[in-house]
Design a protein around this ligand. Structure first.
Ligand SMILES: NC(=O)c1ccc[n+]([C@@H]2O[C@H](COP(=O)([O-])OP(=O)(O)OC[C@H]3O[C@@H](n4cnc5c(N)ncnc54)[C@H](OP(=O)(O)O)[C@@H]3O)[C@@H](O)[C@H]2O)c1
Length: 296
């Protein structure tokens, strides 16, 4: 199988590229602003360039791991959020459908309102902020463009090695060694999920040309940010990272954090379809070992 990853320079996309190659497939990735070696440039808003790339590369599967992921930023600029998270992926899906190419759109458990999670694949979406609305619209438009054949993995709280070093694991690592204070919401829950696991599971789904929503979450759907930070701190210390004496963790309820966008509080996922024994998560300390090894 030949896989084309849109957003190959990002957290999820870079792991998908690695997993595709490790499974013996061909893989090619794109970037927009981070010109990593081996990747080709593509702005997903340029439909002509996208069509040309598809005709040149002739992939069997396209994985859309791109979009605008800054939740508070989306709240300020809904036009950009809907363009990059819904309209552009729908256009790419249409180009793929015309060519008989399987399409994957990465979505999120933020499409749920977080009042009564964790959620399985049958739960009813009710997005409560602009980012989430744009992602839910993205899911629906991609499904329309592909006659329901697109694969929609929903993910949350993703961590792992990445070039931009911006995910929560790096935030904790940096605060720990530099002695910063971390302020975390006490009441936002979700499954910490290793990007390397998502990528492996995705390749299995692609090999079967699966379709529709799949909840791909790690094993702890009710994990709060402070609980996750505690696990990360212990795992980093086990890797020999020394805690700075000024390092501190402060927790506050979401209501007191004054985040621009509303957050779904209990947004964890139950992965009803994926975890029949086939999809196992990597042991937590091993994921941190891999992150540290790939980041220095
Ligand atoms: N990370 C999470 O916890 C999480 C949770 C739920 C859902 N998701 C979804 O998973 C997907 C991947 O997320 P991520 O965390 O890996 O994001 P990320 O690290 O921010 O990476 C985004 C990738 O998309 C590329 N990109 C952005 N806008 C683009 C455009 N207009 N055209 C072409 N490429 C573009 C970026 O390229 P450059 O960097 O080269 O500019 C980068 O490669 C997103 O759709 C996101 O909504 C992520």
């Amino acid at each position: 199988m030949k896989v084309l990853v849109i957003g190959g320079s990002g957290l999820v996309g870079s792991h998908v590229l690695k997993a595709a190659l490790a499974a013996g497939h061909q893989a090619i990735g794109t970037y927009r602003r981070s010109p990593l070696s081996g990747l080709v440039p593509l702005d997903a808003g340029d439909a002509a360039a996208a069509g040309k790339l598809l005709d040149q590369e002739k992939p069997d599967a396209v994985v859309h791991a791109a979009g605008w992921t800054w939740v508070d930023g989306c709240e300020d600029d809904p036009k950009r959020a809907f363009a990059e998270n819904a309209e552009q992926p729908a256009n790419l899906a249409r180009l793929c459908q015309k060519r008989g190419i399987h399409f994957t759109y990465f979505s999120t458990s933020y499409i749920f309102d977080g009042l009564d999670g964790p959620y399985d694949e049958d739960a009813k979406p009710n997005p409560i902020n602009v980012y989430s609305q744009s992602k839910w619209e993205g899911e629906q438009r991609v499904q329309q463009e592909t006659d329901g054949t697109a694969l929609l993995p929903r993910i949350i709280c993703v961590y792992g090695a990445e070039v931009q070093k911006k995910n929560f694991a790096y935030q904790v690592w940096n605060a720990l060694r530099e002695g910063k204070a971390l302020t975390l919401p006490s009441d936002q829950c979700g499954n910490p999920t290793y990007a390397g696991d998502i990528a492996r599971w995705l390749i299995t789904l692609l090999e079967k040309r699966e379709r529709g929503p799949w909840h791909l979450g790690g094993p702890w759907p009710t994990c709060t940010r402070p609980e996750w930070a505690e696990k990360l701190i212990a795992a980093f210390k086990a890797e020999g990272i020394i805690s700075h004496p000024n390092f501190a963790v402060k927790t506050l309820p979401t209501a007191d954090l004054r985040q621009k966008a509303l957050r779904p509080l209990r947004a964890g996922m139950i992965s009803m379809k994926a975890f029949g024994g086939e999809f196992e998560s990597t042991e937590f300390n091993q994921t941190i070992r891999e992150l540290v090894a790939n980041s220095i």
